[in-house]
Ligand binder design. Structure first.
Ligand SMILES: Cc1cc2nc3c(=O)[nH]c(=O)nc-3n(C[C@H](O)[C@H](O)[C@H](O)COP(=O)(O)OP(=O)(O)OC[C@H]3O[C@@H](n4cnc5c(N)ncnc54)[C@H](O)[C@@H]3O)c2cc1C
Ligand code: FES
Length: 301
């Protein structure tokens, strides 16, 4: 993928793509997305309306790179009509199939139905779709900046990077309104990733936003890091502006509304700066959802 803006592009670490697919499994990749079923094996309620679902897709090897997404439905009939896009919290090959962890915030109708699934119930998944984050580079310092459920693909990236190469240096900044909504903090800590937390209500970590916490962290870091971001649009806009002001590179994953997820409907259109400097509209589900920071206009997309 494009790596403008100083995003990592050399010496990529081996990632899940390089792992041999166990014999007997049907391989599903972004080059050949497919519809497949998975059974919920565990449901962990988190703070607020957050839920971590584990699902097991039997008989398939889903090779999904961090940042790529699936679209999900778990209801009969056509109401709601549309699948919901989700970037998994983790994806791991297991004996006989693939385990897929989904971090859900029960918001509108579709995410509420998905978040209410119980062990034994099934969901239909379509993917992998979109373009992933570039793999982090050994020796470089990377800071993951996540807001709310935006931490999901960043956790996936961190878990794979930690498993792939101990020379990859990661830190994470997680922001949320309240401590209960600081998703992924325990899991990143368990991976050994140094964390900076921020809550707008001040009940855990710094009192303020993830970007204010990032600004403070940057003062203490020994070198300019590469940034990986995912979260609400306001947070990502502030991240892009901060990165530009400081000359930092990296990538962010946009959570645009998506109706189809594969290039047909144009609901996900956003403005990006092309290499020739022109601003053009692209479909986030095809050209993204991950974009180089340098490609995102500072006045919004
Ligand atoms: C790449 C990506 C990854 C994501 N990852 C996660 C995740 O890991 N966890 C999580 O909780 N959320 C995630 N989201 C957000 C999640 O998909 C949204 O919360 C969801 O789409 C909104 O659905 P809902 O059922 O909550 O709300 P509802 O209000 O019921 O759904 C709105 C639905 O209608 C669609 N829609 C809205 N406006 C229009 C329009 N004008 N025309 C056509 N369709 C429209 C939306 O795309 C959505 O599908 C992600 C989104 C993207 C794009
Ligand atoms: S979601 Fe339909 S074109 Fe991108």
């Amino acid at each position: 993928m494009s790596t403008a803006g100083g995003a990592p592009q050399q010496a990529p670490v081996p990632d899940a793509r390089a792992l041999p697919v166990p014999a007997g499994l049907r391989e599903i990749t972004a080059a050949r997305p497919a519809v497949f079923e998975a059974e919920v094996t565990a449901r962990r309620p988190l703070g607020g309306r957050g839920v971590l679902l584990s699902a097991y897709a039997r008989g398939v090897a889903v090779v999904l790179r961090p940042g790529e997404f699936l679209t999900a439905r778990a209801w009969p009939g056509l109401d709601p009509l549309l699948r919901r896009p989700l970037a998994p919290f983790d994806v791991q090959l297991e004996a006989g199939g693939t385990r897929i962890d989904l971090l859900l915030l029960a918001g509108g109708r579709g995410t509420r139905l998905l978040a209410a699934l119980e062990p034994g119930e099934r969901l239909s998944l379509l993917g992998p779709l979109g373009r992933p984050f570039s793999p982090p580079r050994p020796g470089r310092l990377h800071v993951l900046v996540g807001g709310g459920v935006g931490i999901a693909p960043l956790h996936h990236l961190a878990r794979e990077a930690c498993a792939a190469d101990s020379r990859i240096r990661l830190q994470a900044v997680i922001g949320a309104r309240t401590a209960a909504l600081l998703f992924g903090a325990d899991e990143l800590q368990a991976l050994g990733v140094p964390l900076t937390l921020a809550t707008e209500q001040g009940d855990r970590g710094l009192c303020g936003t993830a970007i204010e916490a990032l600004e403070q962290l940057l003062e203490r870091l020994p070198e300019p890091p590469l940034l990986y971001g995912c979260g609400p649009e306001g947070m990502l806009l502030a991240l892009v502006r901060l990165a530009r002001a400081r000359g930092l590179g990296g990538e962010v994953s946009l959570e645009r509304h998506m109706a189809c997820g594969f290039g047909v409907c144009y609901t996900c259109a956003c403005r990006v700066i092309e290499p020739d400097g022109a601003v053009r509209r692209v479909r986030s589900c095809l050209a993204g959802p991950v974009f180089p920071i340098a490609a995102l206009p500072e006045d919004g997309w």
